[in-house]
Design a binder for this molecule. Structure first.
Ligand code: GLY
Length: 376
């Protein structure tokens, strides 16, 4: 019998399995899909606790703690697997296309600084000296030195290889349901039958709220929020900085793609790439870097962010003993991967993870807000 079942082979599920396996726990990971797909594959890999600004101090603290863990986390993966996940700690840049935007960025700089951001306002000449590919008439930029990016698709491959090396088992199944009695978890049921385990972790991303068999008292209200993206073929030397324009972002990858993201659309589990979404993204990208107009769009895709009812992930125990949740990370799943995995593993193995208290599932307690329909 395995000690722990993890439902969901995304970055959260894989990293939790990785942490547990390093501590000698036998782990089986269940998913309907191949590992490291869905949001783990679709994301842009931004590690940006300040730019993904949240007024929630607890979430900000968890995000910063996870960012600090990243170098050690990726070094460990590289040592085990040889996979370089391309952690780039060269900051992010918010550009202003006019004086009004620049004035607004000055106010944003104060907020980021108060939150722990290492920020500087750059004049047009300084921005263009760093990034000559950007619009020549931009007004300036806000640079955030202590933000980073990682190649999330590589991270998925690295975690999968590390898990396999540590003996983690993977089961791809069309259906999966939790099995429990009134007080404690018993295991999972799949089309192949019942499998027993004393601990089951729900890390099913946008599908975490829909896991079959979960008693009402332990349900978490995760809902999907789509994000559409595209990639433009661009020589890696053309742009080095991760650039924001408002809520849109351009993320240069070493593999010759410039990622452009992302829309924020509530329309259920719909991952279509729409004309409106592409129009929106290309509008922003060409305003920031008009020279992109003559380069090829080489990829379009959409993913589903797992949103919670209050913006915080659901992490830790539930009223069903042995049934744990690690879900609802919304825009910050990749950023929060190391800290989530470490804390959930500690909770299972050591019986305590005090840093998870503000993210307890118990807070759901009937205060759910209905999902708003919006596009931004
Ligand atoms: N973290 C970026 C996004 O969710 O679009």
């Amino acid at each position: 019998m395995a000690d722990v079942f993890v439902v969901g082979a995304g970055l959260i599920g894989l990293s939790t399995a990785y942490e547990l396996a390093q501590r000698g726990v036998a782990v089986t990971v269940y998913d309907r899909d191949e590992p490291a797909q869905a949001a783990s594959w679709a994301g842009a890999g931004m590690l940006a606790p300040f730019s993904e600004a949240t007024p929630d101090r607890e979430l900000l603290a968890l995000s910063r703690a996870s960012l600090e863990r990243y170098p050690g986390f990726v070094d460990g993966l590289r040592e085990r697997t040889g996979v370089d996940v391309r952690l780039r700690r060269d900051g992010t840049m918010h550009v202003a296309l006019g004086e009004a935007q620049l004035a607004a960025l000055a106010a944003v700089a104060d907020t980021f600084r108060a939150n722990g951001g290492d920020v500087a306002l750059l004049e047009r000449g300084e921005v263009l000296a760093r990034e000559p590919f950007l619009a020549k008439d931009l007004a300036g930029a806000l640079y955030v030195a202590n933000e980073a990016q990682v190649d999330n698709r590589r991270l998925g491959r690295a975690l999968l290889a590390a898990c396999r090396g540590l003996g983690v088992r993977f089961e791809r199944v069309d259906e999966i349901a939790l099995e429990s009695d009134a007080r404690r978890v018993r295991g999972v049921r799949t089309p192949y039958g019942f499998a027993a385990a004393p601990v089951v972790v729900n890390a099913a991303g946008a599908w975490a709220g829909a896991l079959d068999g979960v008693p009402e008292s332990a349900r978490i209200p995760v809902r999907p929020v789509a994000g559409e993206m595209l990639a433009i073929a661009l020589p890696p030397a053309a742009m080095r900085s991760l650039v924001w324009l408002g809520h849109r972002y351009l993320v240069p990858r070493d593999d010759g793609r410039l990622l452009v993201g992302a829309t924020v659309v509530e329309r259920g589990f719909d991952v279509r790439v729409t004309a409106a979404g592409m129009h929106d993204l290309l509008d922003a990208a060409l305003a920031v870097a008009p020279a992109l107009a003559s380069f090829a769009v080489v990829e379009t895709w959409a993913g589903l962010r797992p949103a919670s009812h209050d913006g915080r992930p659901y992490l830790g125990a539930t009223p069903i003993e042995g049934y744990l949740v690690a879900a609802g990370h919304y825009r910050n799943g990749i950023l929060l991967t190391p800290v989530t995995a470490r804390a959930i593993a500690a909770l299972i193995v050591d019986g305590a993870a005090p840093e998870l208290a503000p993210f307890a599932c118990a807070r759901v307690g009937g205060r759910l807000v209905p999902a708003a329909n919006h596009t931004s």
